[in-house]
Ligand binder design. Structure first.
Ligand SMILES: C[S@@+](CC[C@H](N)C(=O)[O-])C[C@H]1O[C@@H](n2cnc3c(N)ncnc32)[C@H](O)[C@@H]1O
Length: 277
């Protein structure tokens, strides 16, 4: 039987604390959620689902896993680990929201082995794949806008290339806890876009301004270059939403390339929950 850490997890229906009972999590009102044999729990009520199978497809997830496991974004991961390590008062609990197939979440566990870590994603296929990395993380299907996580229970929330829900992230953070957000910069993968689109419209990208639930501590634009071979380019295209938009002839153009030098450009933004004296 999987020992599922349900500390600070709440029933998504009634909001009461969950406890493990055999192969399930159960709340005082007897709402019950099975622990899947792969090691995750579905805490996404049907009314919070936007579609039958929300999020990335299994094919996109496999490409993401291949690409990330090769370490191409390890610099991004290192930046986030450093930001988590700098949270005043320390980091003993982290929620990685929109965790995808779990590359970053598993790395957070490696770097903070004593921390209590939750990986949440709206896609069941994503958390199922994430759970194959380790059972020491509590993998849940959930939406970023209604996290089944106790108020004030997290030291850190990470949102890596995923949805930023300021009010909800602030709710689950303790006073002085921090959100670390990664978003793509204007030039992120620009060389890829030039190959796969007939015209590239330069959209000036910046993270959304905060609404007052969090205080911005820092926002830095960072970049690095990477050279990818044909297989890596194939995986990269497949793991991004570009794969859903690209014309077949442009996909072929990319598939025919032996290698390409690319820019990774991203904002790392750190935001803090106001400290109440
Ligand atoms: C671009 S992927 C990033 C995944 C992972 N953070 C990474 O960088 O590898 C965005 C992820 O957000 C998830 N997602 C989309 N909408 C969501 C929502 N409302 N709540 C939680 N996760 C969501 C998708 O299923 C997907 O796994």
């Amino acid at each position: 039987m999987i020992n599922f850490n349900c500390n600070s997890l709440l029933c998504p229906v009634c909001g009461q604390a969950l406890a493990q009972n055999g192969g399930s999590l159960i709340c005082p009102q007897n709402h019950t959620y099975d622990i899947a044999r792969q090691g995750y729990v579905n805490l996404l009520p049907v009314q919070q689902k936007h579609s039958l199978s929300p999020g990335d497809t299994p094919e996109m997830l496999t490409a993401r896993r291949n690409f990330l496991n090769e370490g191409h974004y390890s610099r991004i991961c290192g930046d986030v680990v450093n930001a988590l390590g700098a949270i005043p008062g320390g980091v003993s609990s982290i929620a990685d929201v929109g965790c995808g197939e779990g590359y970053y979440t598993a790395e957070f566990l490696r770097q903070f082995p004593a921390a209590r870590i939750i990986g949440a994603d709206i896609s069941k296929a994503a958390v199922r794949m994430a759970a194959s990395r380790t059972h020491q993380i509590s993998w849940i299907t959930a939406t970023a806008s209604h996290l089944p996580i106790e108020e004030g229970s997290m030291d850190g929330v990470t949102a890596m290339f995923s949805l930023f829900c300021e009010e909800e992230f602030a709710r689950v953070l303790r006073s002085g806890g921090r959100v670390i957000e990664i978003t793509a910069g204007t030039n992120h993968l620009i060389e890829l876009k030039r190959v796969i689109y007939d015209e590239v419209f330069e959209q000036h990208k910046r993270p959304k301004p905060t609404q007052g639930f969090l205080r911005e501590v820092s926002c830095e634009l960072k970049s690095f270059r990477m050279t990818l071979d044909g297989k890596q380019l194939h995986d990269l295209l497949l793991m991004t939403p570009h794969t859903l938009r690209v014309k077949p002839e442009n996909r072929e153009r990319l598939e025919a390339m032996a290698s390409l030098q690319l820019t990774a450009e991203y904002f790392i933004r750190v935001m803090e929950k106001w400290i109440v004296a």
